[in-house]
Write a protein that binds this ligand. Structure first.
Ligand code: HEM
Length: 182
């Protein structure tokens, strides 16, 4: 589990400078100056807040979609990708009460999440972390992490608008957007 565990630690230190932190829906998070992404057991004291999640198996991706994603998605940590955004998301009980096939229908057949996201590859690199898999009460269900070059900020903004206009986002009850630079 620990290799898959990522902690996002906000405070006075960290590789990433917090440029902007704002709630999109629901309660916000405390302001902080910097953020560190830690892929190891946490040793330093938490300063402002810490969010934890684990990478996991895919739930919705189909075989053909997986092939296209593997072909196009870039790795994290590219030298030119000096912008990042962390978006913690919590979905409603109504979402979690749906069956797996109903969720897939909303996520892809009706909201086109993968098809939309794919148009922004390889500009945007991403990693999805699941919080419910930790088995402890967590404030969010997902921690989504994106990296891109300054020239792609406008594209990333457009991607967010497209996804937030979709039916899937009607099930988002808490979302905070944390813009970062290094
Ligand atoms: C960069 C383009 C993007 C691509 C290619 C992409 C692709 C995907 C894929 C393939 C999954 C499904 C993983 C699975 O099968 O379990 C997924 C899930 C998810 N994505 Fe994206 N995505 C992108 C951008 C975004 C953005 C900008 C956000 C947030 C604003 C976001 C939020 C999420 C969330 C919360 C999930 C989990 C949904 C759930 O399990 O209910 N994605 N994404």
């Amino acid at each position: 589990m620990s290799a898959r565990l990522f902690s996002f630690v906000a405070g006075d230190s960290g590789a990433w400078r917090i440029v902007e932190l704002r709630a999109i829906v629901g309660a916000t998070l405390a302001p902080a100056a910097r953020l560190e992404v830690v892929n190891a057991p946490l040793e330093h004291a938490v300063q402002a807040w810490v969010l934890r999640g684990v990478t996991s198996n895919e739930r919705y991706v189909r075989h053909d979609e997986r092939r296209q994603l593997v072909d196009r998605q870039p790795v994290l940590g590219r030298a030119q990708a000096t912008c990042a955004t962390l978006i913690p998301i919590r979905k409603s009980d109504a979402w979690w009460g749906l069956s797996q096939d109903e969720r897939r229908r909303i996520f892809e057949e009706r909201s086109r999440h993968i098809e939309t996201g794919m148009r922004y590859l390889p500009a945007v690199a991403r990693r999805l972390h699941h919080c419910r898999d930790l088995g402890t009460p967590e404030p969010f269900d997902f921690l989504t992490w994106f990296e891109y070059a300054p020239a792609d900020v406008g594209n990333f903004d457009r991607l967010l608008r497209e996804l937030r206009d979709s039916e899937e986002w009607a099930f988002v009850e808490r979302e905070v957007e944390i813009r970062l630079a290094r």
